[in-house]
Design a protein around this ligand. Structure first.
Ligand SMILES: *[C@@H]1O[C@H](CO)[C@@H](O)[C@H](O)[C@H]1NC(C)=O
Ligand SMILES: *[C@@H]1O[C@H](CO)[C@@H](O)[C@H](O)[C@H]1NC(C)=O
Ligand SMILES: *[C@@H]1O[C@H](CO)[C@@H](O)[C@H](O)[C@H]1NC(C)=O
Ligand SMILES: *[C@@H]1O[C@H](CO)[C@@H](O)[C@H](O)[C@H]1NC(C)=O
Ligand SMILES: *[C@@H]1O[C@H](CO)[C@@H](O)[C@H](O)[C@H]1NC(C)=O
Ligand SMILES: *[C@@H]1O[C@H](CO)[C@@H](O)[C@H](O)[C@H]1NC(C)=O
Ligand SMILES: *[C@@H]1O[C@H](CO)[C@@H](O)[C@H](O)[C@H]1NC(C)=O
Ligand SMILES: *[C@@H]1O[C@H](CO)[C@@H](O)[C@H](O)[C@H]1NC(C)=O
Ligand SMILES: *[C@@H]1O[C@H](CO)[C@@H](O)[C@H](O)[C@H]1NC(C)=O
Ligand SMILES: *[C@@H]1O[C@H](CO)[C@@H](O)[C@H](O)[C@H]1NC(C)=O
Ligand SMILES: *[C@@H]1O[C@H](CO)[C@@H](O)[C@H](O)[C@H]1NC(C)=O
Ligand SMILES: *[C@@H]1O[C@H](CO)[C@@H](O)[C@H](O)[C@H]1NC(C)=O
Length: 644
């Protein structure tokens, strides 16, 4: 059929249009698949673009026109450059971002130049191959690279001098803030996989990731939600990738993290050494008291006061049955999001924890303490200490957060007859569990006052006796050259508080050094021990077993059966040693019938009680040696004060 000129023009243009449309779809179809992928992500977050594409392409019709109007902005030019669209990091500034499983987020960090005066020095360092060890880390083929290092060094020297450029150390740190959660927590026992950080200092590898060239990048797998890496490099730009691995279908949700690069130090950090951890002072059936180590060794009052006015630490606590922080225990923001109890300003259940500074304990140095209440009985918890500010002054921790190693602790079974008291007025060193009864003393404050008032009354009697001693006399007329009245008064107070306020452990605790007390009395809930239970603790029908150390306790508190951490024997020896013989203080000696029910001996465990004692000590603090010969003369006057 012959076409008119008009018809043939139309035909030609229709065919051309068809070809154009076909060409358009052939060239541009990949972006529709990509666009679908990007529906929920930010347009700039184009990580492993090709990677995703390969996985998803077969399922999508390349000609499906539904996607076209939705993503008109994506033309080939933009997508072609997508792999170079890394987000720029600012020195010392954390950037939060989501990353979906199976993708990589890319970042770049322009290394700030050193101030001009430092440049010469650093260039010289370069010549000494200061950066060589770091560079070797960058590839697996160390040998091969070693061979080329000589040549490269010469080249680098020349280049460096030319560029007047210097090596700088860049600290990269990342914290996982959110991670995929189990769809059915009761069935899933594994934890979601950790993210991986990829670092490249080479301009030829600007998108480090699982598919990047392994010889020009380093992969750092996160540990418990945190990654720290430092690299010393002369390059102007560092390229980073944070890769989220594929996650099994047992999990849902995405990852979220915070990344920071710094030339000053790690913005996010963690440490695994025990020394920086927590000390468990004591726990009862519903609470626990923990404290830090001495925050300073300085005896300078101004330095101490400055620390006492700060609260450098925050703390997280978690029932170990609750798995929500698994995989995030070194991540500050992960803990903030998932920890059961967070002692931070806006933390979860912050009402369950109080924190404050104290100088209690040996040395009277500042420490921060944390008191948790409302915990479940017979449960295991982990406590994780963290710091956000640099206020402790020793090292320049940047603001992201430093997380310390976890400390575990347990709460007691629910007999309810040991309760932590603290913050007493007279016995100011007391902070531990004491015999209690929730039916008689509704709260720990009132219970604490009961014990404290009793100790203060006893002390007042002693104070009157001490007033009879010529304390202020000239040295030749004093009772001793080695000691004086203020040392005697201090020794008495320490002994008195330990003896009148017994340290309580739950009846079920079976350590041999614990002394069972009040066994014939009922528990606060009315239960009474049967013959079998009595036999198991070698019950003797003596007041040492069938009552408390102090009759006041049985009369007013009526705690029922409990076990006592006996006061340390050295408290008694010190008292007998420091006070005038006329006051008649005496101590039973190990082997005496009354010793076993009156005093305990120190060991690496908390096997006896002293003022300021705690359950976990980083090192055993040995008792000062007692000179038996010296003490011999002081043991007169019988045992009248031994058993109150
Ligand atoms: C991740 O999952 C996709 C499909 O969902 C698959 O094609 C890809 O190979 C997986 N990647 C790895 C590293 O397992
Ligand atoms: C990072 O630097 C610190 C000292 O500044 C060093 O102790 C540490 O080993 C370095 N870490 C790495 C991974 O290079
Ligand atoms: C604090 O320092 C004192 C004196 O150096 C020491 O005896 C004590 O054990 C320290 N306490 C803690 C909790 O580290
Ligand atoms: C106490 O136990 C209950 C039930 O097991 C649990 O839901 C709750 O989170 C626990 N609370 C604490 C503070 O551990
Ligand atoms: C602590 O941080 C402040 C500002 O955040 C800074 O001025 C100070 O120098 C830092 N102190 C130390 C010891 O790093
Ligand atoms: C201790 O008691 C005093 C009042 O006696 C109170 O002001 C202070 O807040 C208490 N400290 C703690 C840590 O409870
Ligand atoms: C404890 O009880 C006393 C008196 O019943 C009350 O004044 C005080 O506020 C209570 N303290 C706490 C912490 O509940
Ligand atoms: C003990 O008595 C002295 C006077 O002999 C008095 O100054 C001091 O305050 C008393 N101490 C106590 C705790 O009562
Ligand atoms: C008592 O002795 C101690 C230690 O020798 C000394 O520090 C203190 O000042 C003495 N106190 C009096 C009142 O002499
Ligand atoms: C203990 O002895 C007293 C009398 O000495 C007796 O009344 C009491 O029943 C005895 N208790 C037990 C549990 O044996
Ligand atoms: C406890 O033991 C003492 C000494 O054997 C005895 O006199 C007292 O009656 C006993 N008390 C009870 C409640 O069994
Ligand atoms: C310390 O406690 C542990 C565990 O309770 C025990 O095995 C050990 O024998 C105790 N050591 C001493 C010296 O009592």
């Amino acid at each position: 059929m012959q076409l008119s000129p008009l018809q043939s023009r139309l035909a030609a243009s229709v065919i051309a249009s068809c070809l154009l449309v076909a060409l358009y779809f052939t060239l541009f179809s990949p972006h529709f698949a990509l666009a679908a992928e990007l529906k929920e992500a930010l347009p700039v977050l184009l990580g492993d673009f090709d990677f995703d594409l390969a996985a998803d392409q077969p399922e999508r019709s390349p000609l499906d026109p539904v996607y076209e109007p939705e993503f008109p902005a994506f033309d080939r030019g933009i997508v072609g450059r997508a792999t170079q669209l890394a987000m720029a990091l600012t020195n010392n500034e954390a950037m939060p971002l989501n990353v979906d499983a199976g993708t990589t987020q890319l970042f770049s960090f322009a290394v700030p130049k050193l101030p001009a005066r430092d440049e010469g020095r650093h260039s010289l360092e370069l010549r000494d191959r200061h950066e060589a060890p770091e560079e070797r880390n960058l590839g697996p083929n160390a040998l091969e690279r070693d061979a080329s290092l000589e040549a490269r060094d010469a080249q680098a020297q020349a280049q460096t001098l030319e560029r007047r450029q210097s090596s700088r150390t860049v600290y990269i740190s990342v914290n996982t803030c959110l991670q995929p959660q189990p769809v059915d927590p009761s069935k899933t026992t594994m934890d979601p996989p950790q993210l991986t950080l990829f670092v490249s200092t080479s301009a030829s590898n600007q998108s480090p990731g699982p598919r990047g060239d392994p010889s020009s990048q380093v992969a750092v797998t996160f540990t418990e939600g945190a990654a720290m890496y430092n690299v010393t490099t002369p390059s102007d730009e560092i390229y980073l990738g944070v890769y989220a691995p594929n996650v099994s279908s047992a999990f849902s949700g995405t990852y979220n993290f915070q990344i920071a690069a710094s030339t000053d130090g790690s913005v996010f950090s963690y440490s695994v050494d025990q020394d920086a951890g927590l000390i468990l002072v004591d726990s009862d059936y519903q609470g626990a008291l923990l404290m830090t180590h001495n925050l300073t060794d300085s005896t300078d009052p101004t330095a101490q006061q400055q620390i006492m006015n700060s609260q450098p630490y925050v703390m997280f606590a978690q029932n170990t049955k609750d798995r929500s922080i698994n995989g995030l225990q070194y991540s500050y923001c992960g803990l903030q999001n998932y920890a059961q109890i967070a002692a931070t300003k806006n933390g979860q259940f912050a009402s369950m924890v109080t924190t404050g500074m104290t100088k209690r304990g040996p040395g009277s140095l500042p420490k921060q303490e944390f008191y948790f209440s409302g915990l479940n009985s017979s449960s295991e918890y982990v406590g994780i200490l963290a710091r956000t500010s640099n206020s402790s002054g020793t090292d320049s921790v940047l603001s992201g957060g430093h997380v310390f190693r976890a400390t575990s602790f347990e709460t007691n079974p629910d007999h309810g007859n040991c309760a932590i008291i603290r913050n007493l007025t007279f016995c100011d060193q007391v902070a531990y569990s004491v015999p209690s009864n929730p039916n008689k003393f509704g709260n720990a404050t009132v219970l604490g006052q009961f014990y404290d008032n009793y100790a203060a009354t006893m002390y007042a009697n002693f104070n009157k006796s001490l007033a009879q001693i010529p304390c202020e006399a000239v040295s030749s007329q004093r009772y001793s050259l080695a000691t004086n009245c203020s040392l005697c008064a201090a020794a008495y107070k320490e002994w008195l508080c330990s003896v009148t306020i017994p340290r309580c452990e739950d009846f079920s605790h079976d350590a041999a050094y614990l002394h069972p007390r009040a066994l014939v009395q009922p528990f606060p809930n009315g239960d009474v021990l049967d013959q079998e239970a009595l036999a198991a603790v070698h019950f003797e029908n003596t007041s040492a077993f069938n009552s408390s150390r102090n009759p006041m306790i049985d009369q007013f508190v009526q705690p029922g059966p409990y076990k006592e951490v006996l006061p340390c024997e050295d408290l008694c020896y010190k008292l007998a040693q420091s006070c005038p013989a006329a006051m008649g203080f005496g101590c039973p000696l190990p082997g005496d019938p009354s010793f076993a029910s009156s005093y305990g001996q120190r060991s690496s465990n908390l096997s006896c009680n002293y003022q300021g004692s705690a359950h976990l000590r980083s090192a055993a603090v040995p008792a000062p040696p007692i000179s038996w010969a010296l003490l011999g003369g002081a043991f007169v006057g019988g045992l009248s004060f031994v058993f109150l």
